[in-house]
Write a protein that binds this ligand. Sequence first.
Ligand SMILES: Cc1ncc(COP(=O)(O)O)c(C=O)c1O
Length: 435
Amino acid sequence: MSTLYARDEAAVAGIEKLRFFPLEVVSGHGSTLVDPAGRELLDLSATWTASGLGHGHPAIVEAVTRAVRDAPGSGGLSAVHPDSVGLAEDLLALVPGDGERRVYLGHAGSDANDVALRACRHATGRRTVLAFEHSYHGGVGVAMGVSGVHVDAGAPPDPDAVFLPYPNPFRPVGDSVEADVTACLELAEGHLAGGSIACLIVEPILSDGGLIVPPDGFLARLHGLCRRHGVPMICDEVKMGLGRPGTLHAFDHDGITPDIVTFGKVLGGGLPLSAAVGPAHILDNPPAAALLTTAGNPVCTAAGRAVLATIVGEQLPERAAAIGALLADGLRGLAGSPGAERIGDIRGRGLAIGVELVDPDSGERDSRLAGQVVYRAWELGAIVYYVGGNVLEITPPLVLTEAEAGRAVEILGAAIADAAAGKVNAEEVARYAGW
Ligand SMILES: Cc1ncc(COP(=O)(O)O)c(C=O)c1O
């Protein structure tokens, strides 16, 4: 272990770490990260999508440099400045919605979801939150308590959360995924009709739960039920939104207009920034109930405006659709090569691709292999993590080039082949438990 990694172990709290291999990075450019020895690594995670525009994007560098040089204070709590107001206006223009709306500006997907959930409880006077098993909405407060992933890991669920099963086309629990959709919607309707639901929160693609893409129309039917019963739907676009799925919003796929939409990660272009966009009557009240001193600060909001302008101006959703299709086709093309029998499913939209690793005989999830594959990929020069225990989550920067997509396929194919052939040191991998 290097000195830097050892110093990290001795100094930084384990509670905030999710490690898969001893990654050290000192700089980055585009879709490349550079380690202290100068080795270049192809970034297929984009820091869990937070570096969605890649590293050192000129538009962000320019915006942040300008903003930090003569920053008008450091937060929107008790003052307004052009970039906080401008970012809120940009979001109102980009996010569909009805009636009078407002934008909450925060620091992370976690607080955007937490605030949206609390505001729904306050506005409706009801407590119960409908959420999904294996979902992830954040690491604090109510957002954490309604996250199935945390609850699976032993965190106490919010006492007023109800978890619905998210339909998984690759692993239906009933006779078919259609049957699962029907069962889920019936369950949801039973709760929605009961009159105690404050809101429903849903990921349009279940990301940390295993990059599960629900059947077409699922979200629309769910939204229809929420509308019928007057229950606000929060669509959590923190990880999958803003161009990654090949559309600006992931919910565009189902043609819906959610009541509240939350953003984070790529919105800050690597800086801490999040937002919740929704009805004024929900997000205005109670006043001063969601105060973070540096929320809406000039530097992060300038970055956010640059990110949105770049996503739209450089047509990154279209680009994600095209490069994502190439990458997914390349991965499908691995069929028949050594180790490919361990790939149970390849799915996704745009530059959000999941590769599910399985035991070829039983079809069971192979979590051990997933740990070894991501470790081997790092050794071979690519950064990729897994979600849902056994699913490689490929979410590179939206600026990934065609040549980089080809290189990604080569490295991932080799990593799967090597891990399947037992060439990865299992003892070494076990030191990095992942999750
Ligand atoms: C869908 C989703 N929502 C919310 C969050 C929380 O975001 P953050 O870690 O920035 O607080 C995440 C993080 O992974 C996420 O994937």
